[in-house]
Design a protein around this ligand. Structure first.
Ligand code: HEM
Ligand SMILES: *[C@@H]1O[C@H](CO)[C@@H](O)[C@H](O)[C@H]1NC(C)=O
Ligand SMILES: *[C@@H]1O[C@H](CO)[C@@H](O)[C@H](O)[C@H]1NC(C)=O
Ligand SMILES: *[C@@H]1O[C@H](CO)[C@@H](O)[C@H](O)[C@H]1NC(C)=O
Length: 207
């Protein structure tokens, strides 16, 4: 037992960036009527996912609810920064149009801004417009292409490792989805229950 405790202490010292896991639970968004599988990170950001029961085209809905202090937050569909679709979002600061910008990115390394990803496309959901209030900014995005890439298909799994990262520094040109932005604070990853995320009403929500 003492040995086991020592192993746990050493393991936690070696991975300070990912100190724990978070459990996703069912969340009903009364504003849109969408039921998500939702987690809230220690930094206060919630990531919510809704999927079709059997997707013909790698479809998914991701909702991000971030405390106002965050200039951008990202969601990594494969649980790491590089080599997977990234959904990155930030307040647009635009007088007209979308209050929150969503950007479709892919990173090949850790030393530059993730670039535009052509393998997926993000669209805003008419039934769930973005909101900004005194405490949070919220965006809901449909991604077609984010659940499959290369030989990976996360829809086939019941639980998938996702990752996130946020920065308090806003992108340089926030109204543009191709804007540059600077590095995040400590990122995190968690195992997300996809069985909760799948719902037969998905087609209605995106339709
Ligand atoms: C200007 C943009 C960015 C820069 C310069 C940057 C840089 C870095 C650096 C230097 C690390 C540490 C790598 C290591 O120690 O192994 C890291 C890790 C990480 N970053 Fe970024 N990053 C950026 C954007 C993003 C975005 C948009 C996401 C989306 C979620 C993200 C997610 C992560 C994650 C999850 C890790 C942990 C290591 C991993 O799982 O790959 N990063 N990043
Ligand atoms: C599917 O979504 C509807 C509407 O949000 C919700 O009432 C229902 O409980 C959901 N089903 C499951 C299994 O989560
Ligand atoms: C930006 O938005 C346009 C129009 O919706 C889209 O064609 C393009 O792929 C998006 N780029 C990124 C990086 O999200
Ligand atoms: C702002 O919006 C978020 C997301 O809907 C919500 O959780 C939060 O309670 C709202 N804050 C206020 C002050 O209404």
């Amino acid at each position: 037992m003492r040995f086991l405790n020592a192993v746990i202490v050493v393991a936690s010292l070696c991975s300070p960036v990912f100190p724990q896991s978070w459990v996703a639970s069912r969340f009903y968004d009364a504003a849109s009527g969408i039921t998500y599988s939702s987690v809230t990170m220690p930094n206060g950001v919630s990531y919510r996912l809704a999927l079709p029961i059997d997707s013909p085209n790698a479809d998914g809905i991701v909702q991000v609810v971030a405390p106002s202090k965050y200039g951008w937050c990202g969601f990594a569909w494969g649980g790491r920064m590089t080599g997977n679709p990234l959904t990155v979002a930030w307040p647009s600061k635009a007088a007209n149009g979308e209050p929150v910008t969503v950007s479709n990115r892919w990173a090949t390394g850790y030393s530059s801004v993730p670039t535009a990803y052509t393998g997926a496309s993000h669209t805003y959901l008419p039934i769930s417009p973005s909101t900004i209030n005194s405490t949070h900014w919220t965006v809901t995005s449909r991604c077609q292409g984010c659940t499959r890439w290369g030989t990976t298909n996360i829809e086939a799994a019941t639980s998938v490792t996702f990752a996130y990262a946020c920065s308090t520094v806003a992108p340089s040109n926030p109204a543009s989805n191709t804007s540059s932005f600077s590095v995040h604070e400590s990122p995190g990853r968690w195992a997300h229950d996809l069985t909760i995320a799948k719902n037969g009403s998905f087609a209605t929500w995106v339709g």
